[in-house]
Design a protein around this ligand. Structure first.
Ligand code: FAD
Length: 440
């Protein structure tokens, strides 16, 4: 067990948000040993969310995270990529770094389309600077992929006067992120911004001057940006003996399969106790907070990372926020009319809220995230009513929704039926009709 008194050597591979937050947390927790931070990019750590937003349109915006490595006493090695590891040593193109603990925070890389034509991406600061120089009035730009990044790119390119076409293989924008029924509600935003959206359109290859479509068809384009998703940047770990499953497979304490090795951020697939499976998120909030757990455990702790995941996107003048995980949801509940400026979509599994997406309803998001964390049963009618605060959709203890004939989860409860004064319809109660005042 590494203790602060031992000193010891911690090496962190990847100098993005998760890598920087890891070294900062280690120092804040009193670690006095040696820390080396290895980053493939030439830039010191910076924030990625602004790259697809303000950085594309505003030259004044600086995404730097303003790390002070001298004050942190961290040996920062920019422009140096890790190339392999074994138990006790990390190798780069320049040398070998012995470690007592190794933290992998190498993030993710964009997926490329086949074909010899030029395609651009938006993952790092250099990409964003190149795109900002490119986005000019009249530019015929085709963006492949109507996911989060594609939508934000289309927003910026349209604002700069580009003639923007977005191609999406799925039936609606955001299909892979939130499903077609919810994603389809964002289609009208593209049209209103003057962006041509073509769904159900799959690209076969990128060619000089345009795109060849699957099954025939061609689209002319001056410039092509591919935004069809990312993969964990873990290719360099193949053959290292680490278990890799959609990223570095880690337990709920973010420990990898090799003792002394941890992973965090976009490259880490962690055991989520809350959702009962291994999950990997590409969320800024994960890169911000998971390093707290890694740092604690590197220093000998036994903390668990089990968040209600959170993500946001700014597209076409709207703030879209998502919390939770809807993989096991059985029911989708609309909160407000998606044709209106603000609304929300709620996913439920049985009677629990498991995920929420909000459009310009930040309070719903906040309360929804807390509700997901609490795993309290909700009243669907109240949840669907945008005039009722999300927190007030919780069924009080004596007002648990019950379908007649359903067996109670708690066998000590005997069913009685009556009208709940809080929610106004049939409830599951205790065997005493005049049961205790609800605890709310
Ligand atoms: P990264 O930020 O990818 O950092 C990993 C670093 O490791 C990189 O610098 C990489 O070059 C380096 N690296 C890779 N391989 C090696 C190697 N072999 N050796 C050394 N270094 C290596 N999330 C949101 O919640 N909301 C948003 O609005 C949002 N907008 C985004 C916009 C863009 C354009 C992008 C790209 C992402 C956005 N995200 C957003 C996602 C969020 O930024 C990421 O989840 C977060 O940056 C992940 O941080 P990370 O440190 O794990 O990985």
């Amino acid at each position: 067990m590494l203790t602060m008194a031992d000193g010891g050597r911690v090496v962190v591979a990847g100098a993005g948000l998760a890598g920087l937050r890891t070294v900062t947390e280690l120092r804040e927790r009193g670690f006095t040993g040696q820390i080396t931070l290895i980053g493939a990019e030439t830039w010191p750590p910076y924030d990625r969310p602004p790259l697809s937003k303000k950085v594309l349109t505003d030259e004044e915006v600086d995404p730097s995270l303003k790390a002070d490595f001298a004050a942190l006493d961290v040996d920062f090695r920019p422009a140096e990529a890790a190339t392999g590891m074994d138990a006790g040593t990390l190798a780069t193109g320049r040398g070998k770094y012995p470690y007592d603990r190794l933290v992998l925070a190498t993030g993710a890389r964009p997926v490329a389309l086949p074909g010899p034509g030029r395609q651009r991406f938006l993952r790092d600061y250099d990409d964003a600077l190149a795109l900002r120089a490119l986005l000019k009035p009249g530019l015929r730009l085709t963006i492949v992929g109507a996911g989060w990044i594609g939508a934000e790119l289309a927003t910026a390119a349209a604002a700069r006067g580009g003639r923007v076409t977005v191609l999406e293989a799925g039936p609606a924008p955001l299909t892979s992120a939130v499903g077609a029924p919810v994603g389809a509600q964002t289609s009208r935003w593209y049209a209103a911004a003057g962006v041509r959206l073509r769904t159900g359109t799959s690209v076969d290859s990128v060619q000089p001057g345009g795109l060849a479509l699957t099954g025939g068809g061609w689209i002319d384009a001056d410039e092509i940006i591919t935004a069809v998703g990312v993969r964990p940047a873990t290719g360099w770990l193949e053959g290292s003996g680490l278990c890799l499953e959609n990223g570095v497979a880690v337990d709920s304490g973010l420990r990898a399969s090799v003792p002394g090795v941890y992973a965090v951020g976009d490259c880490a697939a962690f055991e989520s106790r809350r959702f009962g499976r291994r999950l990997r998120f590409e969320h800024w909030d994960v890169a911000l907070h998971a390093p707290e757990v890694v740092a604690a455990n590197v220093l000998g702790g036994d903390e668990v990372y089990d968040p209600v995941p959170y993500f946001w996107s700014e597209q076409f003048g709207r703030m879209v926020q998502y919390a939770g995980y809807h993989g096991d949801a059985e029911q989708l509940v609309w909160r407000g009319d998606p044709a209106e400026p603000s609304w929300a979509a709620c996913w439920l599994a049985v009677d629990r809220l498991v995920a929420v997406l909000t459009v310009d309803r930040p309070r719903d998001l906040l309360q929804g995230r807390r509700l997901i964390a609490s795993a309290s049963p909700v009243d669907v009618g109240r949840l669907a009513d945008p005039a009722v605060p999300v927190k007030d959709a919780v069924l009080s203890e004596r007002c648990r929704l019950h379908a007649p004939g359903q067996r109670p989860r708690n066998p000590r409860l005997t069913l009685v039926f009556g009208e709940c004064p809080d929610v106004g319809h049939w409830i599951r109660g205790t065997d005493r009709p005049q049961n205790r005042r609800s605890r709310r």
